[in-house]
Design a protein around this ligand. Sequence first.
Ligand code: NAP
Length: 492
Amino acid sequence: MNEEATVVENKSQQKNTNHLPVINTSCYVAGKKIVSENTLEVRSPYDKRLVGTVALANASHAEQAIEAALKGGPKLTRYDRFSILDKARQLLIERRDEFAKIISAESGLAIREAIYETGRAHDVLMFAAMESLKDDGQIFSCDISPQGKARKIFTTRDPLSLALCITPFNHPLNQVAHKIAPAIAVGTPVILKPSEKTPLTAIKFTELLYDAGLPHYMLSVLLGPTNEIAEPLVKDARVEIVSFTGSVAVGKRISTVAGYKKVILELGGNDPIIILEDADMDTAVHLAAEGSYRNSGQRCTAVKRILIHENIKNAFIEKFVAKSKTYTCGDPSDPATVVGTVIDEASAIYLESVVNRAVEQGAKILLGGKRTGALMEPTVITDVTRDADMVMHESFGPLAPILSFKDIDDAIALSNSTAYGLSSGIITNNMQHAIRFIKELKVGTVNINEVPGYRIESSPFGGIKDSGLGVKEGVIEAMKCFTFVKTFSMPW
Ligand code: NAP
């Protein structure tokens, strides 16, 4: 069986009233738009139309951004920080449709995913606003041991003087919000280096934050040649923290060149959904499909491997292929489209090639497997060997490779057999089995009867092994990262 995935007809040549006018913008150094001859063109991955242009920064702009951040400005009280974040939250609600259209146009994500992403970014701003009001100190009484005396030690958190935040393309708004909102909540100035593939959303979000009252020294947004902007900033001793989300290769490079400073690395994954023999089949099918195809499969925590008990494999496959057909792919601006493009044609070509290689090694395509430009069909593929590239490495797209296991020991070993350790989803109604997976999987997160990507924006999030250094993000943890703890003690 090798069926065609549903591809909505290409309507790109027709006039599409869902499209915004071309956005001509630039990087910002502390609230000022830069002027530059050097511009980046941003094109739709779907139909290659021009979505916008960005005037790019150079090394002198990077220096100006550092100086402006370190010179600083009015110190923000907790209430100021709350008010800015809360105002930004309200503005994002008002501008939701504009943001969704920009996200979809520059990334190729389906408009329904882009609207969902604005909701997530709203929550990030809301949680950061709430957290900014909370006290962050602790008190330690010292007369609690024979060595103690009548003193108290107090802790307080001070903002770092400058953060460099580097973000990927796959959630053009939410990734940026997850860096900047916690930094604002604690009062740490940021230089943002967003993905060159999705710069327009990041720049619009910067403007929204200025409109919400963020003092300009608190945020600059820079794009330009890596050797003039990103790498020198990573190395600069005045940058006290580099917070990076992106690929393993770039994350490892950053860890070697950053030198003596805090580094947060949130890297790639190849998360499994593990379906046990007792699983509720409809739940398993629904979650496997949502995990594999949402956001065009371009979530760090997307389901990249479906591991299923061998006794229920055939029953699962039949229902899963039927379910997968409902994930229609096509024009991202069409509200009926469920799966948009991947980020560019090169990525789709790569995905098609890993599917073809898996087939050469004995795998069978049950649905999809083909691409048109940057549109990669939702692809169900079974009998994938355990060492196939598709499952040993991150396949950042709507691929659903199915592998079977014989028992729980086998499932745990198979799950732990790759270099990654981001998240996982376990589908079971057996509490004892669930607890074994929670204890034995070498990952940052285990979600029972949920997709690996399930989280709320304030809960701790992040991976281990090649997926990260085990330092968590999520609004509350990220706020801690952007501060250092000072202690002081007094006689009491
Ligand atoms: P990427 O290629 O690593 O790029 C990420 C960012 O790093 C971009 O802004 C990029 O800039 C910049 N960059 C590239 N080379 C650099 C260097 N030498 N020094 C400093 N910065 C540099 O990642 P991507 O393809 O955009 O994103 C997809 C990856 O992100 C996937 O692996 C995904 O799993 C991962 N991800 C992880 C998480 C998580 O929380 N664990 C979340 C989302 C995504 P340019 O655009 O200018 O190249």
